[in-house]
Design a protein around this ligand. Structure first.
Ligand SMILES: Cc1ncc(COP(=O)(O)O)c(C=O)c1O
Length: 370
């Protein structure tokens, strides 16, 4: 029963199932936790110092709605040099999530269809529904690749937007250049907005990162510092795309988030010059550890990026496997939290190698006993 004061729009989705796993984690003593969606490395020292200095030198007030100039201008220069698009403008959002909320709020009218790829990041479907949109899910099992024919068939006169995330949460799959170019061109010819959530951009292990914005000038890119520099709690993201859309998002930011935290924006400008290559190299090894440790007993598409793998134990549902794993003190996330299907489970390898090795041992023994 909802309370009579609670608005109808909040009842069209449930609270995130991931939170239930976190609540469970809090009750287990020293779990082998493979459920966490954030880096296990800390914010680089120079970035921390920049934040502390900003606080100590009084940069504590509201930032400009569109972002503190030191960060926004640096982002704009980088984006201009990367894309060279005449009408590509950036603003600083309150995390990537803030960018996603404002993108949906600015673009989705009630009844608009939004194409999502199943499995998808947990926030996408509720956000589409919150603004009265209709999520249209494209099934990408079993290899999690983009099938352009399926996308073309899913586009109707009601389609407003396609939302793509590569490298992807929960699968770790990176879309290749052919897929992204095809998707970008399809969106352009069918006059549908293409939103690209690029929060895992630095975490590419096999091929260089490719943005669909390279092939479609109107692509709206959402990115941020949460994963790249482990700044999940600092809430700094950014969005770039056609200026008229970005201006609308800034207008809505005025009446909602107001701004991203100012000290964290000063730190973001330093983060732009702070490479995370050594962490990426270590995460590539973790990815390899997982692939080598599970591939013979589980169905597993080799992840090319992010820090997730999305395996399946043949014959066992995702939630049954996660329940068995919890009995052995291993925390995973069932795939049905990200999907209409309950076949797979998500594991995050953003943790110490010793923890990963213990987790692999437990998963292997569960699979053998099944
Ligand atoms: C695909 C994807 N997009 C967006 C976010 C949210 O990021 P932020 O912390 O910057 O809001 C996440 C976080 O897990 C994510 O996995």
């Amino acid at each position: 029963m909802t309370h009579p004061w609670v608005a109808d729009r909040t009842t069209v989705f449930n609270s995130s199932g991931i939170r239930k796993v976190f609540d469970l984690a809090a009750k287990l003593a020293d779990p082998i936790n493979l459920s966490i969606g954030q880096p296990d490395f800390d914010v680089p020292d120079e970035v921390k110092t920049a934040c502390v200095e900003a606080i100590q030198t009084g940069k504590n007030g509201y930032a400009l709605t569109q972002g503190t100039p030191i960060l926004r201008e640096k982002l704009q220069a980088q984006i201009d040099s990367e894309y060279g698009h005449a009408d590509r403008k950036v603003f600083v959002s309150s995390g990537t999530s803030g960018g996603l909320v404002l993108a949906m709020m600015s673009m989705v009218n009630p009844g608009d269809e939004v194409i999502l790829f199943d499995p998808f990041f947990v926030m996408y479907e509720p956000l589409v529904k919150l603004f009265g949109g209709k999520p249209i899910l494209i099934d990408t099992y079993p290899d999690f690749r983009i099938n352009l024919n399926r996308v073309a068939d899913a586009i109707t006169s009601q389609t407003k937007m396609i939302l793509i995330n590569s490298p992807a949460n929960p699968t770790g799959i990176t879309a290749n250049e052919t897929e992204l170019k095809g998707l970008a061109e399809l969106a352009s010819t069918r006059r549908v907005a293409l939103i690209s959530d690029e929060i895992y951009r630095p975490f590419c292990y096999d091929e260089p990162f490719v943005s669909p914005a390279t092939f479609n000038e109107e692509t709206i890119v959402i990115d941020g510092f949460s994963k790249s520099h482990a700044m999940t709690g600092w809430r700094v993201g950014f969005v770039h795309g056609p200026s008229a859309v970005i201006e609308t998002m800034i207008k809505l930011q005025q009446y909602s988030f107001v701004c991203a935290p100012q000290p964290a924006q000063w730190a973001g400008a330093v983060a732009m010059d702070t490479g995370v290559e050594k962490h990426i190299a270590s995460y590539r090894k973790k990815r390899d550890l997982i692939v080598e440790g599970l591939s013979d007993l589980f169905e597993l598409e080799k992840p090319g990026g992010a820090f997730y793998a999305f395996p399946k134990l043949p014959g066992c549902s995702g939630s049954d496997f996660v329940a068995k794993a919890i009995e052995k003190n291993v925390l995973l996330i069932p795939g049905n939290i990200f999907s209409r299907q309950d076949t797979h489970f998500r594991l995050s390898y953003a943790t110490e190698n010793t923890t990963l090795e213990r987790g692999i041992d437990v998963m292997r023994s569960l699979a053998k006993a099944f």
